[in-house]
Write a protein that binds this ligand. Sequence first.
Ligand code: ZN
Length: 305
Amino acid sequence: MERKVEIVEVAPRDGIQNERVLLPSADKIELIRRVAEAGTDRVEAASFVNPRRVPQMADAEAVMAGVERRPGLSLIGLVLNAAGLERARAARCDEVNVVVVASETFSRKNQGAGMADMAAAAAAILQDARAAGMRTSVTVGAAFGCPFEGEVPADRVLAMIESLLPAQPHEIALADTIGCGVPTQVRALLAGTRALAPAARLRCHFHNTRNTGLANVLAAVEAGVDALDASTGGFGGCPFAPAATGNVATEDVVYMLERMGVATGIDLDAVLRTAQWLGERLERPPIGGLSRAGRFPAVSAGACA
Ligand code: ZN
């Protein structure tokens, strides 16, 4: 039986949200078209947050209105509160990704409320989204460490997940928001989450800030993760992680997994072309290793396996 891991493309949201260059809506729509064309079934297309705090996402509605809908393509909107859910629903997102963080200080700075209040709000949003017929996922940010508090105990992450289970999210994601995590944490958190929620799909979100991104991907795949977030070109900084080098690059993740015999369904050559295209738009070169070194074996376009 062939193993498959789903890649959730986050370049249109996490990848660009902290970039200096503000992409026009048409370029964001083209980015989503390209990643869908490459074989990605789920794309984090926009976030419905305060446009004053995240100017790059101010045109979320315009992007969603302009993006091509395809059978089998799920467009995800990131939301933090009920107003965000309403916007995501009106913009016809297929899925909402509700974010909470496992740190009291980070929660207050990033979301404007403490952990307990955010978890309660998230549970209500998940239930409302589900009732509206949308797929739901909840992402626990700062699950591997906090830029303000340092180490985040696994027990706290798991307690937060447990508090969200009555809302029955379709998927639970563990996010290394600042790119500080290591594979032993990945194994422990995934095993703990699996024990709490045996029926939920599990997803991981890694940043390669300290070069542990692909090691964490491998640990997650070996621990049976269902989906991984990745960003074409490896773009994706974090305002709380100075000199962050971005999300794990889609091209690097696809290359490693496919060569290991783990299917992703994604055309690596198409990802590499889009990474270059996006780098030109953002006025800086892609960060992913494959984008710099080229694929191996160096065969011509068309071969995806
Ligand atoms: Zn991120």
